[in-house]
Design a protein around this ligand. Structure first.
Ligand SMILES: [Mg+2]
Length: 292
């Protein structure tokens, strides 16, 4: 955590102005009730969602393979079987069918305005998505203009623009790599992130991060951010299983609070988020004051 590693002696230091807040969202189940595949690829390929996921889980358990790798291969196999090709443009078209939780589409502007007002335009805020799902679908979502950068799984395309092999696979543990990318300002995947960077030179300290997720696949990200002084939130759909998952995350101190996945103005999520933003803004103002 930034505070822990830096002492101020009153002298002016040549340090980076760490005046950016980042909100990082998981996608499936966090911003949308169903997985992105259920709105897009599964109906397009005529696949029954339940059997499809059951087959993947069965193979993963039997072979010890990485679930996302199995999933991406199964999808290509299904497409070949049905004599369909998955191209980038096809993916993009499908994203229009995605449905969001209440308030998601207006959330980003509301949050931006809130931070702007509370910080007298002195603190900036950026929104990121880190998803194990398809980058190709997320590139076409209606809320993309609000998102600074999307990190997600991606296919390699042959010369005919047909998906033939996984190129990037994002899993629950590799999600944390992207948190470090945001932290160090190395958002371009070609940039190496392994070189040491002093805490005060990192554009977005973990302290300034808020992670929103819905389940167990978010645990490594939530835990990392919390451990480094940042904040995590779990949102849930109103059913027993989802509520239980969130409650367990809260019990294990992996999140600051839990709330129904409702992003509208009158929701518990929005209310608590305002308090949390007040707190993060105060932390930033305090640090900037000590630097001045
Ligand atoms: Mg999720």
């Amino acid at each position: 955590m930034w505070f822990r590693n830096h002492k101020y002696t009153g002298s002016k230091r040549n340090v980076m102005k760490q005046d950016n807040i980042a909100i990082i969202y998981d996608f499936d189940g966090t911003l949308t009730p169903k997985t992105m595949q259920e709105y897009t690829l599964l109906p397009r390929l005529g696949i029954k969602s339940k059997n499809f996921w059951a087959d993947i889980v069965r193979e993963t358990e039997k072979t010890g393979a990485e679930t996302m790798m199995v999933y991406m291969r199964h999808l290509l196999d299904c497409a070949t079987e049905k004599k369909l090709s998955i191209s980038k443009s096809e993916f993009l078209k499908m994203s229009k069918d995605i449905e969001y939780y209440d308030g998601v589409t207006t959330w980003f502007n509301k949050i931006n305005k809130y931070v702007d007002k509370k910080s007298n335009s002195k603190i900036k805020i950026s929104h990121y998505i880190i998803s194990a799902g398809h980058l190709e679908i997320l590139e076409g979502i209606s809320i993309k203009r609000h998102i600074k950068k999307i990190f997600a799984s991606e296919y390699y395309y042959n010369k005919k623009d047909i998906a033939v092999f996984p190129k990037i696979v994002v899993t629950d543990t590799t999600k944390t790599q992207y948190l470090f990318r945001i932290n160090k300002g190395k958002e371009n995947l070609a940039d190496s992130i392994n070189e040491h960077m002093e805490e005060h030179k990192r554009p977005i300290p973990f302290d300034n991060m808020i992670y929103i997720g819905d389940g167990l696949t978010d645990v490594p990200s939530m835990a990392l951010i919390k451990k480094e002084g940042g904040h995590s939130i779990a949102v849930y759909q109103n059913n027993k299983a989802q509520i239980k998952i969130s409650e367990n995350l809260l019990k294990a101190n992996r999140v600051d609070f839990i709330a129904p996945a409702n992003f509208s103005e009158k929701s518990k999520l929005y209310e608590n988020m305002q308090y949390l933003l007040d707190y993060v803004i105060a932390k930033i103002k305090y640090r900037l004051k000590l630097q001045s």
